[in-house]
Design a binder for this molecule. Structure first.
Ligand code: NAD
Length: 241
C-alpha cells in the first residue's frame, strides 16, 4: 500500500513535532513546514528523506512562500491525504494597549495563513483526504487575548464552512487543546501554573502527545464519518466550573 502523505505546518517544534512523531509512527510520509530553519533538523531527526520526512522553510503569511510550497507539493507527491494547519502565534495585551498591527499579525498567522494555504492546495487533495485545524480552548474567551481568541474562533468557523463545501472529497475538523506542557506554559510562574492545573478534572497538564493522538484520529480513516467538528482536548476543563 502506498504511504499516505501529510503536510504539517509549524512542524519544527512543539505540538507540530509531536504530531509529526505520531503520524510517522503510523506510516505517513511527512512534509514539515515552518518559517524556522530548525525544521530541517527536525525532519532529519525523524528519519529525513530516506525515512519519508522532508523539511521545508516557508513563512505562511508570505504569498510567494506559499506559492513555492504548493509547487513543491505538486512536484514531489502524487497528492495530499492530510493537512494539519498547526502553525500559530500569540501576542497578548489588553485590547486598549494592543496596536492594530499586533491584532492583525495574529489574525494573519492563525486564520488567514491556514485559509490561503488550504485553498492554494485545493487541487492536490485526494479523495478521502482530511484537514485538521489547530484551534484552542481559548476560542471560548481568554483575558488579554482578543486577537488570539478572534483568530481561533474564526478558524472554527472556517472549519465548519469548509467542511460543507469540500464534502465528501475532504473532511475538515479542528482540535482545541487546553493547557499543554509547552514553552508557553513553562514560562508561567509556578503558582499561576499550579492554580490552572488544579482546575483540570484529569488532574494533570496536557502532554503534546495527548493532542497529537487526537489529530491522528481526525486525520485517519477511524474518523471517516466525522466532519465539521471540534475535538476539545483539555482533560475536562471545558466542562468544569
Ligand atoms: N501549546 C499550547 O498550550 C497550545 C494550546 C492550545 C492551542 N495551541 C495551538 O497549537 C499550535 C502549536 O502551538 P505550539 O505550542 O506548538 O507553538 P510553538 O510556538 O512551539 O510552535 C509553533 C510553530 O509555528 C511556526 N510558525 C509560526 N508562525 C509561522 C509562519 N508565519 N509560517 C510558518 N511557520 C510559522 C513557529 O516557527 C513554530 O515552529 C498553535 O496554533 C497554537 O495556537 C497551543
Amino acid at each position: 500500500m502506498t504511504a499516505r502523505v501529510a503536510l504539517i505546518t509549524g512542524g519544527a517544534r512543539g505540538l507540530g513535532l509531536s504530531i509529526a512523531q505520531v503520524l510517522a509512527e503510523r506510516g505517513y510520509k511527512l512534509l514539515l513546514v515552518d518559517r524556522d530553519e530548525a525544521v530541517y533538523a527536525t525532519a532529519t531527526g525523524l528519519g529525513g528523506d530516506s525515512g519519508g520526512v522532508t523539511g521545508c522553510v516557508a513563512d505562511l503569511t508570505v504569498s510567494d512562500d506559499v506559492e513555492r510550497l504548493v509547487e513543491f507539493v505538486r512536484g514531489s507527491f502524487d497528492g495530499l491525504d492530510v493537512l494539519v494547519n498547526n502553525a500559530g502565534i500569540t501576542r497578548d495585551a489588553r485590547l486598549g494597549k494592543m496596536e492594530p498591527e499586533v491584532f492583525s499579525s495574529v489574525i494573519d498567522v492563525n486564520l488567514l495563513a491556514p485559509l490561503r494555504l488550504t485553498f492554494a492546495l485545493d487541487s492536490s487533495f485526494r479523495d478521502g483526504s482530511s484537514i485538521v485545524n489547530m484551534t484552542s480552548r481559548a476560542a471560548l474567551g481568554n483575558f488579554g487575548q482578543t486577537n488570539y481568541v478572534a483568530s481561533k474562533s474564526g478558524l472554527i468557523g472556517f472549519t465548519r464552512g469548509l467542511a460543507l463545501q469540500w464534502s465528501p472529497r475532504t473532511r475538515v475538523n479542528a482540535v482545541a487543546p487546553g493547557l499543554v506542557d509547552s514553552a508557553m506554559s513553562r514560562a508561567m510562574p509556578e503558582d499561576v501554573l499550579g492554580g490552572l492545573v488544579a482546575k483540570i478534572p484529569a488532574g494533570r497538564i496536557g502532554e503534546p502527545e495527548d493532542v497529537a493522538r487526537a489529530v491522528a484520529f481526525l486525520a485517519g480513516d477511524e474518523s471517516s464519518y466525522i466532519t465539521g467538528q471540534v475535538l476539545t482536548v483539555c482533560g475536562g476543563r471545558s466542562i468544569s466550573a
